[in-house]
Write a protein that binds this ligand. Structure first.
Ligand SMILES: [Zn+2]
Length: 271
């Protein structure tokens, strides 16, 4: 009797151990998948982060490429250039020449991999002069977009100047009027905030998407929106300043005709 009870007890125990170890394995696999796909974009929560700690999770020696487990380096997309800067580990210091997006991963292109290897802890440093200019330019383009009631067909952010192309067959954009209006929005000091919504909400409100050429970035069925006070709300994955007065004085440059329909508005900052 004792013997058969003991056998039943052993069977239950070993079944439990087996189920538990399978469950653990599946949890581990889920965790691994999350680690692989869940690159933390530190710049989405804090665009002002200039320095951060991370771990190298991928290296391609022949192409001077590095992938980190989390990053504050913005990857080239949506018209905003990729960040540059430096990656440091103990005595090693390498330069980040560009940051790109590939298969949903953020990849740093560096000048030399030196002796860096996977799993090494590093400190990432953003080239702040370049990035902050891009943040100011980027936010200025949102303001431009909010003033001009036309479809956007393209855009590019740069250090010296940025531009937005509008579908303007009737040539209704006026340079002087635009410059006055946009500088008033800067001076009004509107707050810039971000929020994340289900992409299904966007399907119900397609008017939120003003840019005809750029598809808003979606992650796991969610979309990030950038709100500027009560004047602009756009899906956007880029980096922006916290308030419009950080942009400073805006100068509207040349307005160029690009084909029958398109007009290109160039925008410069005073500093
Ligand atoms: Zn934006």
């Amino acid at each position: 009797m004792i013997n058969s009870n003991y056998i039943i007890y052993k069977i239950i125990c070993s079944t439990f151990v087996l189920i538990y170890s399978e469950w653990q394995k599946s949890q581990y696999n889920i965790f691994k998948i999350l680690l692989k796909n869940g690159m933390t974009k530190l710049f989405e929560d804090d665009a002002y982060l200039k320095e951060f700690k991370a771990r190298i999770i991928g290296i391609v020696k022949e192409e001077n490429r590095i992938e980190l487990d989390k990053t504050a380096f913005y990857a080239k997309s949506g018209g905003q250039p990729g960040d540059t800067g430096a990656i440091e580990a103990e005595t090693i210091k390498i330069q980040v020449l560009d940051t790109i997006k590939e298969n949903n991963k953020i990849i740093n292109i560096v000048d030399d991999l030196s002796d860096l290897e996977e799993n090494v802890n590093i400190i990432g440093k953003i080239n702040w002069d370049l990035r902050y200019k891009h943040m100011r330019m980027h936010t200025a383009l949102h303001l431009l977009c909010s003033i001009v009631p036309l479809g956007v067909t393209g855009g590019q952010i740069g250090y010296e100047k940025s531009r937005l192309d509008f579908n303007d067959p009737n040539k209704q954009i006026n340079k002087e009027e635009l410059e006055e209006k946009i500088n008033l929005l800067v001076e009004d000091n509107h707050t810039v905030t971000s929020e994340v919504i289900e992409s299904s909400i966007l399907e119900e409100k397609p008017e939120l998407v003003r840019t005809m050429s750029v598809k808003p970035p979606q992650v796991d069925g969610k979309i990030r929106l950038i709100r500027i006070g009560d004047i602009d709300l756009q899906p956007c994955g880029g980096t922006h300043v916290k308030s419009t007065n950080e942009i400073g004085k805006i100068k509207i440059g040349k307005i160029e005709n690009k084909g029958k329909m398109n007009r290109r508005v160039n925008l410069l900052l005073s500093s």
